[in-house]
Design a protein around this ligand. Sequence first.
Ligand code: SIN
Length: 188
Amino acid sequence: MLDTTLANRQRNHLLDRDSVWLFGYGSILYKTGFDCLEQRTASLHGWVRRFWQGSHDHRGTPDAPGRVVTLVREPAARCLGLAFRIRPETLAALDVREKNGYLREAVALELGDGGRADAVTYIAPPGNGAWLGPASEPEIARQIATATGPSGPNRDYLLDLAASLRALGADDPHVFALERTLLALPGR
Ligand code: SIN
């Protein structure tokens, strides 16, 4: 199975500092599970959140993968999320958690107070071994409705993400449309 842990261990962006900003835009918004020194609303220009990455290890299985979010380039877009200031050593466990295709990338964030910060974020690039790519909203919602894995039902990933985005005041038509479509499926 694909595993980016070792590749990420060799990525040293910003690791010479006492603390580093981590930008979270998916499960990291609602399931932190790591020590954090400070947390702020933040956004990333030029990227959108998309349920285009397969999950074979958390919200699905190798035979029946789920779908989770990654960031996809879109020049005019802005992705709202959270910035967590963490110790660089905290990234080791996150590298394992995000190992199914995500690479730790350096990005420039805009913080909620208008300030700017260098940060790292986990992005699963197009064509990685777990990449599923675009599909229609009903197809994505059906896949999410049925998939489940060691971290729980894929449905909960979508609903928890939508709730976190609402709490942040984020406008994310892709995520909210998938949530509506999922909740309208028969038997949901
Ligand atoms: C993130 O939350 O920032 C990365 C993607 C995920 O784990 O859902």
